[in-house]
Design a protein around this ligand. Sequence first.
Ligand code: NIG
Ligand code: FE
Length: 399
Amino acid sequence: PREILPRVSTGTGSTVITNIGELVTNDPATGSGLGILRDAALVMADGKIAWTGPAADAPAADASFDAAGRAVLPGFVDSHAHLVFAGERAEEFAARMSGQKYDGGGIRTTVERTRVASDDDLRANVRRLIGEMARQGTTTVECKSGYGLTIEQEERAVRIAAEFADEVTYLGAHVVPAEYQGDTAGYARLAATDMLAVCAPHARWVDVFCEQGAFDADQAREILRAGIAAGLRPRVHANQLTEGPGVQVAVEVDAASADHCTFLSDADVDALASSRTVATLLPGVEFSTRQPYPDARRLLDAGATVALACDCNPGSCYSSSMAFCVAVAVRDMHMTPAEAVWSATAGGARALRRTDVGHLGVGARADVHVLDAPSHIHLAYRPGVPQTAAVWKAGTQVR
Ligand code: NIG
Ligand code: FE
């Protein structure tokens, strides 16, 4: 990705963060949970974590940063975002808050605005939102297409996403555009053939909105399998608005993630628990659409892997705050603060099948989030309060 974040310090050598009150490593080597070290230090060099351990044993480095007893976490991994768009839909949100139902219909409004926007306007929007995320501690961002819905417009969206995002997803099968009204099968075929062919070189993932009013199970399978054949890996928008086939299709194709998981049958929970497919919960969406929250406890108790992400988009959730998602997950979805923080970091990495982010083990990318708080619990305990003190992405300080 192009460099979009201001560098706070330009030092290229090693940096030691000293005096860390609570270091959340998520290091798998420390067993399950957050892998917390107390009174710790961390050294980064060449963009990677080089050392972690007791503050008293910290090796010298070229630069040093005093954490003053605060908590240090891996940067958030936001594994679900739709950032290539123009315009906004504040009126739609206001109408929902007074009773209007969310059915995805507003997506077409954003498609109209996006199609007439210039490349540079779209670039500016993606850059703005990824910058906003970084200032809140998010150091890995996935970004989808899906507001173009023609061959040329989807190609443009994945190409622009690839300039900025860590992970790019082709979502030509977001909804059926107005020109294909009444011919969902025809549009699904386009998304699985010519549109896919021009988008695949810019993307790593293929996604489908598998839902009543969008694409059914057969169409989703066709598009996901075509994507896999073109070298992409699958992920699915599943079970957001009703119980449906999305989760089963996701598990069937070994999708890295089934996203939303708001309405699940027992069979869906079992399928997730006995697969590698992560259940990515997007609590900002339920907050912003007044839907019931997904049942995180049921998934965790069954043994499924849960990730938390923002789903930042102009319709169903216009928030880029992972801290907000953590707070809602703890307060209203009955996740413990430790579970929620793990899901927003290591869980997001699992949902992207990445082993180099989401933890602070030696060798991981040096994505480091210093909180202005003594413990990770404060993310949920002090909702709405900015608590990001400093951020490094791949060893470069961006806040
Ligand atoms: O993840 N569910 C479909 N797509 C997005 C919303 C897009 C929009 O409303 O603009 C989602 O919720
Ligand atoms: Fe989404």
